[in-house]
Design a protein around this ligand. Structure first.
Ligand code: NAD
Ligand code: ZN
Length: 375
């Protein structure tokens, strides 16, 4: 794929469109099958003292499972199991922070998030809020966090979102669904153990994996594309094709999808997502539809914007016998359609990336309504 246009990389939401991003990366990462056993050793030098606990925020799908028994919980450490049924919310972050502050007199040594994008995002937000005043909703936006977050570690158990590398944590707040985008959001340490993804249900594996695939398509076809994003996006796209269309064995597929997620996240970090994400945000805001499946529901109808990407998407669905739910929007009122359209239209940088500065010439309320009506 060729770079269509050399553009300076805009940081969504910033006033100066010509400012190059000075983008934080995860400073330390472990990758490897079975590497989870190293977590205790990694945390040890970060322990301030025995009364300063590590707080493990863990997807409750692992409660009473083998993984939970392997968590290096010592001294006054605490494991909090959290459901990933719903996407993370600002008030949920505030409640976890209150719980930690009320239970421990000492500031914790750090936060460890174990789970998918939901738990990774919650963990990033909790680490920020433990060191910053106020509530999580105060920091939704760009570069509003002033104090460095508490040391925080991400351990993904499902691959695709790129939340393990990104400088954002996407939260549903009282007024909007928006990330806390900041230099302090990014994890201090990530541990990538592909074996942790073994128990992921097939449909969920596909939906979250497609989040990664869609990140690549949106990044690589966008107007914000640059050599940095392209280099990661192309690698990630190749890995997605191997995983979803090739004939890898399960172990290879787990390894490669974990790295596809990482590279996909790196690609959008220095560019932006596009049409599917803008529309998926509308679905998620109104109906609570989760990110991965929401992206798939929308992407199937985006052949006008991503012709090649959508053809491959259908091939992947067919190969894995995925049947997407239908009729999601059929009973919605006029007002509800308008809410989704308003939320989607509000994602200006995403439209600008997808279609250029004159995106409003192409994207009308009627067009968005007709896409939502198909879902
Ligand atoms: P998730 O964390 O919502 O989990 C999906 C389901 O998979 C849950 O039921 C969970 O319990 C289950 N699960 C996870 N690991 C499992 C395992 N090993 N075995 C069995 N079940 C397992 O899924 P996700 O798609 O990774 O995350 C979606 C969230 O990520 C959304 O909230 C979205 O906003 C966020 N997101 C964040 C970023 C970012 O950059 N911060 C990017 C994309 C998406
Ligand atoms: Zn996404």
């Amino acid at each position: 794929m060729e770079i269509k246009k050399e553009v300076k990389v805009k940081d969504a939401g910033r006033n100066n469109p010509l400012e190059y991003k000075n983008f934080p990366m995860v400073p330390r990462v472990v990758f490897g099958k079975g590497s989870f056993v190293q977590l205790g050793e990694i945390l040890m030098p970060k322990r301030k003292h025995s009364e300063a606990p590590f707080i493990f925020l863990v997807d409750d799908v692992f409660e009473n499972q083998e993984l939970a028994a392997k968590i290096p919980c010592i001294f006054s450490d605490k494991i909090i199991f959290i459901s990933a049924e719903e996407e993370p919310k600002t008030h949920q972050v505030d409640a976890i922070v209150d719980l930690i502050r009320s239970e421990f007199a000492e500031e914790p040594s750090g936060i460890v998030g174990i789970g998918g994008g939901t738990l990774l995002d919650l963990s990033k937000a909790v680490a920020i809020l433990l060191n910053n005043k106020g509530g999580a909703a105060d920091y939704q936006g760009w570069d509003l966090v002033t104090q460095p977050s508490l040391y925080h570690v991400g351990v993904p158990t499902i691959s695709g979102t790129g939340a393990e590398v990104s400088r954002t944590t996407v939260l549903l707040g009282p007024e909007r669904k928006l990330g806390i985008n900041s230099d302090f959001t990014t994890f201090d340490q990530v541990l990538l153990d592909p074996d942790l993804t073994i128990g992921v249900p097939k449909d969920q594996w596909f939906y979250t994996g497609m989040d990664c695939y869609i990140h690549c398509v949106e990044s690589l076809t966008g107007t914000y594309l640059n050599a940095f994003s392209q280099s990661y996006g192309e690698k990630s796209l190749d890995l997605c094709k191997e995983v979803f269309l090739g004939d890898l064995n399960d172990e290879e597929a787990r390894d490669k999808l974990m790295m596809a997620s990482w590279h996909g996240g790196m690609s959008i970090a220095y560019s932006q997502v596009g049409v599917a994400h803008a529309l998926s945000y509308g679905l998620s805001y109104l109906l609570g539809i989760k990110h991965g499946i929401g992206n798939c529901l929308v992407f199937q109808y985006l052949e006008e914007f991503y012709p090649e990407g959508v053809v491959l998407f259908y091939k992947m669905m067919e190969k894995h016998n995925i049947v997407l739910p239908k009729g999601i929007c059929k009973d919605l009122s006029e007002e509800e359609f308008n809410t989704m359209i308003r939320v989607a239209m509000g994602m200006v940088p995403l439209w600008e990336n997808a279609l250029g500065e004159n995106w409003r010439d192409v994207i009308t309320e009627e067009k968005l309504r007709s896409i939502y009506q198909k879902i």
